[in-house]
Design a protein around this ligand. Structure first.
Ligand code: SF4
Length: 628
């Protein structure tokens, strides 16, 4: 199996064992790699309704098929598990070098199960994998942990680790590699529950491809096409820091817990503000875009703060949520979250909930240990991040995520939790981007922008067609098209590189063939079918645990309160027809009216073995799934 390592590492922490297992060709053919392998093994090996923090849950760290090759920007990796935040399927995507190193050391993925008796880390080399005591690094931040592991194992070591937040089971803890994170859904929390502090891989660069010459020629073409595109220069120059301007101009930059679509004074947060503090450009393995911009704050209350970023979502989460334009505070917050190992989106949105509850008098200073959560007070936000990371005082409540925290606070707070399926929404306003909002509602991991939810067609992308962002009708096929693009996450292709020219459409299938020799991968129809198979299996995983139409929803705010956008377009927008959208979406997916995959669809996708699991969820009128 050229292109693949052809095996994975099973780590049983309860037994203290590590074993190699072969990757079956049929699994590779059907699920390709990355996210596909994640859901395939989770579905097959997890029983329904298990507790995500119990010994029964499993965590997969999965590399992309093209990781470690000369292909540009294709070495990302994903963490897949059952989420302690949402209770449904979880996938979180990360960059850095770790995905390439997993491939170099000879694995397509690492499957972690059980719970260790005491904190351990996994060290993997080409010769052996072993569990080692982690007493010295348990409690350390992610930066200190990675430094320590490099000292132990040398400069050719790359690490994915957790910080103190995951050790304390903060529900939205991340896995950190370098200064990049697999952040969403509490994948780090699962790792923390298993008492696994880190996975450290020491390896030399080594990849075997089916047709290396052909592959290298395609990679050269890819780079040529990317470099000729305006997006390449744009991403290389600014990273994602320009995003604050465009999103505010469009009126889709959520402010004050998604009440407004434009931040007063947003002009102060443009790329020039960040450029003044930039000290370096960094990137993931074999990516010449190097979108990571390292910033250091030189003066003021956050002097000395340093972060690789913040990228768009993080600086939005630490500015829009609390109505602040302090660039310095976003850098300090980002650094703090990275070191604690916290998901910046969930952290920022949960803090945004607290600020609104404070404004409404639902919570007071007596609840927040004296912190004044008044809009613009970024000092209180920084203090809250520390409290969350340590699960200290009021931070212990916020550490549960917005939905659980709101339920615990009571007094109607739940109405202000901006989440879908329990996952905090991202920095794109659904009332100004309707297909994106419908994508949040139907995403298999909850309210994520990165799981096929962000509809670039609303920004002018012509494939399959450009759509008006305010219109609600006729968007189900667009949402399905984007979600079925799970193929991006088998490669795994970075979303920023994907948009640099048309290399992906022209070259990606050929690259997969040159890497593996599997001719079927040359066919876009085959790859899209694999994407659809992955989404259907995600959906079946959730359905087995009781998720259905009732969970494909958006917070009531978007459906009852008009959006306010200041000078931007979109004033008064509201989401009016979510239910109508769902009818159309399920019909096109060939799912039942309750959103359960039908027999016909599962068999068409080669998932016949899932039919028996879905049958109990088909209602009388659509028992055989025939009505769709
Ligand atoms: S564009 Fe940025 S996130 Fe994407 S692969 Fe390159 S450095 Fe990583």
């Amino acid at each position: 199996m050229k292109g693949y390592a052809g095996k994975f590492l099973r780590v049983n922490l309860s037994a203290g064992s590590v074993t190699d297992e072969p990757l079956p060709l049929q699994v590779a053919m059907s699920f390709i790699a990355g996210r596909g392998f994640g859901i395939k093994y989770l579905y097959d090996e997890l029983s329904p309704n298990i507790d995500p923090l119990s010994e029964q849950n499993k965590l997969l760290l999965v590399t992309g098929l093209l990781a470690g090759t000369q292909a540009q920007s294709c070495s990302r990796w994903v963490a897949c598990t059952k989420s302690p935040l949402t209770g449904c399927y979880a996938r979180a995507s990360a960059g850095g070098d770790f995905g390439a190193w997993m491939k170099f050391v000879g694995y397509d993925f690492i499957l972690i199960e059980g719970i260790a008796q005491k904190p351990v880390y996994l060290h993997v080399t080409a010769d052996k994998a072993e569990l080692r005591e982690a007493a010295e690094i348990w409690g350390k931040g992610t930066a200190g942990t990675q430094e320590w592991l490099e000292q132990q194992h040398g400069a050719m070591t790359r690490t994915a680790c957790i910080g103190p937040a995951a050790e304390r089971l903060v529900k939205y803890a991340a896995i950190v590699t370098g200064r990049r994170t697999a952040s969403r859904c509490g994948v780090g929390t699962v790792m923390g529950s298993k008492k696994l502090k880190a996975v450290a891989i020491t390896a030399k660069r080594h990849i075997q491809l089916h047709d290396p010459e052909r592959f290298h020629a395609l990679a050269r073409d890819q780079l040529r096409i990317m470099k000729a595109s305006s997006d390449y220069e744009y991403n290389k120059s600014f990273g994602t820091t320009e995003g604050a301007i465009t999103r505010n101009v469009l009126g889709v930059y959520p402010v004050r817990n998604y009440r407004f679509g434009q931040l007063n004074g947003y002009e102060r947060m443009g790329p020039e503000a960040f450029r003044r503090m930039r000290v370096a450009d960094v990137g993931c393995y074999n990516c010449s875009i190097r979108c990571g911009k390292v910033h250091v704050v030189s003066d003021g209350p956050y002097a000395g703060a340093r972060s690789e970023g913040p990228e768009y979502e993080s600086y939005w989460a630490f500015s829009g949520s609390i109505d602040s334009t302090s660039v310095e505070a976003t850098i300090a917050a980002d650094e703090l979250c990275d070191d604690f190992g916290l998901d910046t989106i969930s952290t920022g949105v949960t803090i945004g909930l607290a600020y609104e509850l404070y404004e409404k008098g639902i919570i007071t200073k007596a609840d927040t240990e004296g912190l004044e959560l008044t809009y613009g007070n970024h000092g209180a936000m920084i203090a809250l991040i520390g409290k969350i990371g340590r699960r200290e005082g009021f931070g212990d409540i916020l550490a549960e995520g917005s939905l659980r925290a709101a339920r615990r606070i009571g007094k109607g707070a739940e109405a202000y939790a901006m989440q879908s399926k329990g996952l905090e929404l991202a920095g794109y306003e659904p009332r100004g981007l309707k297909a994106t909002g419908f994508g949040y509602a139907t995403s298999t991991i909850g309210g994520s922008h990165g799981n096929g939810s962000l509809a670039f067609q609303e920004w002018g992308m012509p494939v399959p067609r450009v759509v008006d962002r305010f219109t609600e009708e006729g968007k189900a096929d667009i949402v399905i098209h984007n979600q079925n693009g799970a193929g991006l996450e088998v490669g795994i292709v970075c979303a920023f590189a994907f948009s640099c020219g048309d290399w992906f459409r022209r070259l990606f299938p050929q690259m997969l063939v040159a890497a593996t020799g599997i001719e079927e991968f040359a066919d876009w129809g085959y790859l899209r079918k694999a994407g659809e198979r992955i989404v259907n299996l995600d959906r079946a995983f959730n359905a087995r645990d009781g998720f259905d139409r009732r969970h494909d929803t958006l917070p009531a705010r978007f459906q009852t309160e008009p959006l306010h956008t200041g000078k931007a377009p979109g004033e008064g927008q509201i989401v009016r027809s979510l239910e109508k959208f769902l009818d159309e979406y399920y019909r096109l997916r060939n799912w039942t009216r309750e959103g359960i995959p039908t027999r016909e669809k599962l068999e068409e996708l080669g998932l016949g073995y899932v039919v028996k699991d879905m049958a109990p969820f088909w209602r009388d009128q659509d028992r055989d799934g025939s009505i769709g």
